[in-house]
Design a protein around this ligand. Structure first.
Ligand code: AMP
Ligand code: GLY
Length: 425
């Protein structure tokens, strides 16, 4: 099969890496891809939201399956357009991708279907939202309605912070149309986990659960980023909680979406807060998580192309996934200054040495090959270094030992990825 992966992050490199292992894959393309995907696929220089050109390219190259990584093209309806052109695409259609693209939709959906989530109200203007915050007090969570590249959520510890978040949304219009509405919700305390599952519209096939590390600094301090590292499987989700999530969150969601005429095919990602062993939905994403995927997919033994085809064709019933009995821990190496301003085009050294190590995989994110054939930095999150082992501590040590061999100017990473696990092991 001729397969195209849309996206350019660590997530897409991990998806491409796994697809490349499938006996069903004959040719692999990444659009636009990065310095890492260039080694296993042909990179195509088209933007991920240029749907017309992506459809045209897929037709011309006789692509059999398009796998969409990021949320933007999904929310814009890339799957609808590819299907209209007769091309198989992995991911939800526009009317199902709304589960990530609109927080007000999702909160009212969760309430309607009695799926556990934080109490909330929806607001359309600054004044009434501010009054609500004054009546509720802090801590409180303010969320812009639409897609905001992970920057639309403020967990406010003071009324000033909450007011500033409202100003950003309603007055400064920092999120454009994504800020026509806002959700204000109860602050939930607990441990976060990411639960991803394949869904064919009716059936759910859960993956192993992972834990992301969103804030930029150690001990979860500083501003949120796209994610600074992840590990899987996480013992926070034990068998009992997994069963509960599968039945009472994932299945209920898929059946609810189907009943509303929004059949959901692809990966459904639930961002959860586990409070006293009970999971609450913080958000849904309509795609694989980044950086969770970099920790999850190296542990998958099943053929991912088979699973993706079964998902697209509605054949997941009776399907089961095989996993390696190991841990994977993935640490993000970022450009100094990220998530704010950072420089690009820094030469990365040590990759060749690290790629030779056993039980280590390096997934590229913001990298590219420059004119001299060197890999240079090209984004905020640059590399994901993944260590694998049956023993969690050893997996963590392998990742951090490998990182010592890699360098680029102003490289920054958290040194505590995975430490939260020790209280559960
Ligand atoms: P979201 O994009 O909605 O998942 O929010 C981004 C991050 O904000 C989450 O990963 C949590 O760390 C935090 N967050 C969101 N909603 C809540 C909540 N109700 N209580 C506490 N933290 C939250
Ligand atoms: N890791 C968070 C996300 O993919 O949105």
């Amino acid at each position: 099969m001729r397969i195209l992966v849309v996206g350019s992050g660590g997530r897409e490199h991990a998806i491409a890496y796994k697809i490349k292992q499938s006996k069903l894959c004959s040719s692999l393309y990444c659009l636009p891809g990065n310095g890492g995907t260039a080694k296993i696929a042909k990179n195509i220089d088209i933007k991920t939201d240029d749907i017309k050109r992506i459809v045209k390219f897929s037709k011309k190259e006789n692509i059999d399956l398009v796998v969409v990584g990021p949320e933007n093209p999904l929310a814009l309806g890339i799957v609808d357009e590819l299907e209209k052109a007769g091309i198989n695409a992995f991911g939800p259609k526009k009317n199902a991708a709304i589960i990530e693209a609109s927080k007000t939709f999702t909160k009212s959906f969760l309430k309607k279907h009695s799926i556990p989530t934080a109490e909330y109200e929806t607001f359309y203007d600054f004044d009434s939202a501010k009054k609500y915050i004054e009546s509720k007090g802090v801590p409180i969570v303010v969320k812009a309605d639409g897609l905001a590249a992970g920057k639309g959520v403020t967990v406010a510890k003071t009324e000033e912070e909450a007011t500033k978040a409202l100003e950003d949304i309603f007055i400064k219009k920092r999120f454009g149309e994504a800020g026509n509405m806002a959700v204000i919700e109860e602050f939930l305390e607990g441990e976060e986990a990411s639960f991803l599952a394949f869904s064919d519209g009716e059936n759910i096939l859960p993956m192993i659960a992972a834990q992301d590390h969103k804030p930029i600094y150690n001990n979860d301090e500083g501003p949120n980023t796209g994610g600074m590292g992840a590990y899987a499987p996480t013992p926070i989700i034990d068998k009992e909680i997994q069963q509960y999530i599968t039945e009472n969150i994932m299945k209920k969601t898929i059946l609810g979406m189907e009943a509303e005429g929004r059949a959901y095919k692809g990966v459904l990602y639930a961002g959860l807060m586990i409070k006293n062993k009970k999971p609450y939905v913080l958000e849904f994403n309509c795609r694989f998580g980044d950086p969770e995927t970099q920790a999850i997919l190296p542990l998958l033994e099943s053929d991912i192309v088979e699973v993706m085809l079964a998902t697209v064709e509605g054949n997941l019933d009776g399907y089961s996934l095989k996993w390696k009995n190991e841990y994977a821990i993935s640490v993000v190496l970022a450009s100094g200054g990220y998530p704010l301003n950072y420089e690009k085009d820094k030469t990365i050294t040590g990759l060749y040495e690290v790629e030779k190590l056993e039980d280590i995989i390096v997934f590229h994110a913001g990298t590219k090959m420059n004119g001299n054939g060197n890999i240079v930095t090209n984004g905020g999150r640059v590399l994901n270094v993944v260590g694998l082992d049956k023993d969690f501590k050893k997996a963590q040590k392998k990742a951090y030992d490998a990182i010592k061999l890699i360098n680029f100017d102003k490289m920054y990473y958290r040194t505590d990825i995975g430490n939260k696990v020790y209280k559960y092991l």
